[in-house]
Design a protein around this ligand. Sequence first.
Ligand SMILES: Cc1ncc(COP(=O)(O)O)c(C=O)c1O
Length: 394
Amino acid sequence: MGSYGKLAKRALDTEMPVMVKMQELLRGAKNAMSLAQGVVYWQPPKQALDKVKELVWEPSISRYGADEGMSSLREALLKKLREENKLYKSSVVVTSGANQAFVDLVLTLCDAGDKVVMFAPYYFNAYMSFQMTGVTDILVGPGDPETLHPDADWLEKTLSETKPTPKLVTVVNPGNPSGTYIPEPLLKRISDICKQAGSWLVVDNTYEYFMFDGLKHTCIEGDHIVNIFSFSKAYGMMGWRVGYIAYPSDVEGFTEQLLKVQDNIPICASIISQHLALYSLEMGPEWVREHVKSLVKNREIVLEALSPLGDSSVKGGEGAIYLWAKLPDKFINDFEVVRWLANKHGVAVIPGSACGCPGNLRISFGGLTESDCRAAAERLKGGLEELVKDGMVP
Ligand SMILES: Cc1ncc(COP(=O)(O)O)c(C=O)c1O
């Protein structure tokens, strides 16, 4: 025992999480500023945090709760789903964040060996969740070269011609890593194609409130559709770990199978975190929208910093907290560029290769206040100017 060969192939054959690689890189690059991690700079609402402080001695906080989540929180979420997302026939299970929700769904809906579909550039953690559960036949569809929207024609052809038919299709709206928003007609078309083929559609709505330029996020509902949501970014609750799944109430057995998985991973989401989620929800979506508004300036600052790459190289960013930028052709090894930017210019971004698209960068504009974002963007611009002009000069 004790050899590398004894470790599980399911783990060995799964990509390394890019954030772990980035954390290592940042430890080596002293004082680097991060435009890498997908986080927001704000904390949860103060009123909600104050109320939660009062609760710590309550015995129920330290006990297990219902697997599906606290009933008061679930009721509030069902109301929110009806009023804001127009989801009327969905049931809710509260999870320890949207990532855990996704693993729950892969284990509930897919078997090892099933084919599944994602679109490039894809959300790396979703890709890894498939890999580590034995769902290794991952078909990655193209995005439109201009808009980065998922290519629905490709999906239609792939779902009708691939045998066995892919079990599940997943999209993120608006997207991580691109910040691309999927317009409602396209989302509906994707849904119709999945329904016709008999495939599940899982939509990750982690950034539902993060919409810019007057665009409006929409959800869709159906017996083949599952929606995922998160408190992490909207309410600055990354470390509290709360998300939820809205799944079709009419599908027989869904709840029972989902709760088997839920009971074996977190049992229940942290109880104190669920209370914070409920108090935060009471602040209403306006609280979130006000905070999201403050990111418009950050996006503008980062856009300007990317200008050395040329306007046509920068895409996405209509939603979420990301911009997506293509490096000049000769820099296909984007991790080298990322390392160089961190070590020489003191700024960290994510390599596109982690999302299935080498030669690109994902830049996050959510994690820094405007003045810090400006400082980080200045470093990024300096680095990109040098990269384009002279290459990666040591
Ligand atoms: C698309 C997407 N889904 C899920 C998550 C993870 O969210 P949570 O903190 O709720 O697990 C992230 C975080 O970056 C994300 O970007």
